[in-house]
Unconditional design. Structure first.
Length: 181
């Protein structure tokens, strides 16, 4: 019985036409770009979730009845400060820098009586507006509540594309109905 002898490396190199190498050279950079894109869009989505949670926490904290730290009757200014602190705490808990939040542009809400706007038009803080009219019922009135709005920067790193090193602003906003005692 004759045993088949293995081909030498030199014979294998001469038989290969190099098509596999050319295909790999064409496909691998594209696959790498797709994987980078998936990673960076995932990072942006994660950041969007974190800032949205921060806005929701701020709206919830600003709408709570009564203030446990003010020692007397809570005012709209204390509610706004409580909401702002809750946004900042949530951002820090998500390992984000609260000073990067921007509220230079913000949506205009119809104000209820005694309306307060905190940090609106500023950089480094979330815009807190309260009380603002949220919904209009059939009688023409509506519920008053808290509105929180801010933008947070995100920078993509995706080489050889038009969005490489582009800074985009992710927007977070939330509203909550003011609760009464």
């Amino acid at each position: 019985m004759k045993r088949a002898s293995p081909k030498s490396a030199r014979q294998l190199l001469h038989e290969s036409s190099g098509a596999e190498i050319a295909e790999a050279a064409a496909v691998l950079p594209l696959m790498f770009m797709v994987l980078l894109g998936i990673f960076w869009f995932g990072q942006a989505f994660s950041l969007y979730g974190a800032i949205t949670r921060a806005a929701q926490e701020g709206a919830r904290a600003g709408s709570a009845p009564g203030c446990t730290t003010c020692g007397g009757a809570a005012t709209n200014t204390t509610y706004a400060a409580t909401a702002s602190a809750a946004v900042n705490q949530s951002l820090v808990a998500s390992k984000l820098d609260p000073t990067l939040a921007q509220s230079s542009t913000y949506p205009a809400y119809t104000s209820c009586a005694g309306s307060v706007m905190l940090n609106c038009g500023n950089t480094g803080a979330a815009c807190i507006q309260l009380p603002v009219q949220l919904l209009t019922n059939t009688q023409g009135g509506g519920d008053c509540g808290v509105a929180v709005y801010f933008q947070y920067p995100f920078k993509f790193w995706l080489p050889f594309t038009s969005i490489n090193n582009q800074r985009i602003m992710l927007t977070a906003s939330a509203t909550a109905r003011m609760e009464t005692n």
